[in-house]
Design a protein around this ligand. Structure first.
Ligand code: 2E6
Ligand code: F3S
Length: 345
């Protein structure tokens, strides 16, 4: 269905794109991708990476072409080899298995994920029951839960709350995965609090700034859009959440695509306004490709809808900074290419 102005029929309305900002790379992804690039430059191949460094097909394919070897577990890395831990973090058990194989590790865990690990450790030490809101099977959740497996239980959604059983209802805390829907998480917390009125909050937001900012931006443009295209991979939690948030916020339709070739012509039929955004693991080049594709279909006007500016940067992983220093290189982080200025809607 197409949303038309009462005064103007759809065919006379200007086709346009509303481009969300912030979108794309967050500070943790930028750091993790540069860590693999720098490791390859500094040490040469082979550099092994446990799991996908970030959940984006294009990023993984590009790094693989440059020589990175992606593995599922530490036992696939030869004894003494060099291994990068992905941005999603690892459990102490994984760290221990890397030590047991004498691996030279570079930890690209996002510092904001590490912060949640520390919360889990601290609340476990104080003998709390820890309710980790997040998705079973996601690497970040496996890593965080692995910090205190005997204290943590995973709560996937608001509907999971009925099944939660704790030892002492007055000693319960919730923490969360960093890339969840803010609204759904708040609903889960609301239901948990109904069940456990003294439920303790985490010391600070676990859903990270990048996840929150991308959701706020897409929420702002979605009500005006007949279609919202989210660029991101299927296993990228934060990207998948953006589709859900866009639909909830009033977009008539929303689809996730890895790249422009996945956009179906029929999605654009009768459409006047297309929203575009991208997940935190998505390089801007993929968004630019989508915009060029849309321009080819008459959507040449692009207005940026900006709800926040981001300038957070993390320093490179400690082990890599030490390695770069030893190699006589200044461990400075290259700034990512500046993005072109776009008109604001
Ligand atoms: C690490 C932690 C959080 O699937 P998810 O959204 O978690 O991951 P990516 O790689 O798509 O996004 C970045 C990221 C890395 N988020
Ligand atoms: Fe970190 Fe959030 Fe990005 S947890 S990797 S800043 S999506």
């Amino acid at each position: 269905m197409t949303v038309t102005s009462p005064e103007r029929p759809a065919e006379t309305q200007t086709k346009r794109v509303l481009l969300a900002a912030p979108r794309g790379y967050c500070a943790g992804v930028d750091r993790a991708v540069i860590a693999v690039e720098k490791a390859l430059e500094t040490y040469g191949t082979p550099v092994y990476v446990r799991k996908e460094i970030v959940h984006n097909k294009h990023v993984v394919e590009t790094l693989r072409e440059r020589g990175a070897i992606f593995v599922n577990e530490t036992d696939e890395v030869p004894e003494g080899g060099r291994l990068v831990f992905s941005a999603h973090g690892v459990s102490p058990a994984v760290r221990a298995s890397a030590v047991a194989r004498s691996l030279d590790t570079i930890d690209a865990t996002c510092p904001l994920v590490t912060k949640v690990h520390k919360e889990a450790v601290r609340f476990a030490k104080d003998d709390y029951d820890i309710l980790l809101i997040g998705h079973t099977g996601h690497e970040e959740v496996e890593g965080t839960a692995g910090e205190a497996p005997e204290h943590v239980q995973i709560v996937n959604s608001p509907d999971d709350v009925d099944q939660v059983v704790v030892r002492d209802p007055d000693k319960v805390v919730w923490i969360s995965q960093t890339t969840l829907s803010v609204d759904e998480t708040m609903e889960t917390v609301r239901r948990l609090r109904q069940k456990f009125p003294t439920l303790q909050d985490p010391p600070s937001d676990d859903i990270c700034y990048a996840t929150q900012n991308r959701q706020v931006a897409v929420k702002k443009l979605a009500p005006e859009c007949d279609l919202v295209i989210v660029v991101g991979s299927a296993n990228s939690s934060n990207s998948v959440r953006l589709v859900e948030v866009a639909l909830k916020a009033g977009a008539t339709a929303s689809y996730r695509v890895d790249r422009k070739t996945e956009i179906k012509d029929e999605w654009l039929e009768g459409v006047t306004t297309v929203g575009v955004t991208s997940g935190a693991s998505v390089p801007e080049i993929l968004v630019e490709d989508v915009l060029a594709h849309l321009a080819g279909h008459g959507f040449g006007t692009v207005d940026e809808v900006r709800t926040a500016t981001e300038d957070l940067m993390f320093s490179l992983p400690r082990e890599l900074r030490a390695g770069l220093k030893a190699a006589g290189e200044e461990p400075k982080r290259p700034r990512r290419e500046a993005r072109p200025e776009l008109p604001q809607a």
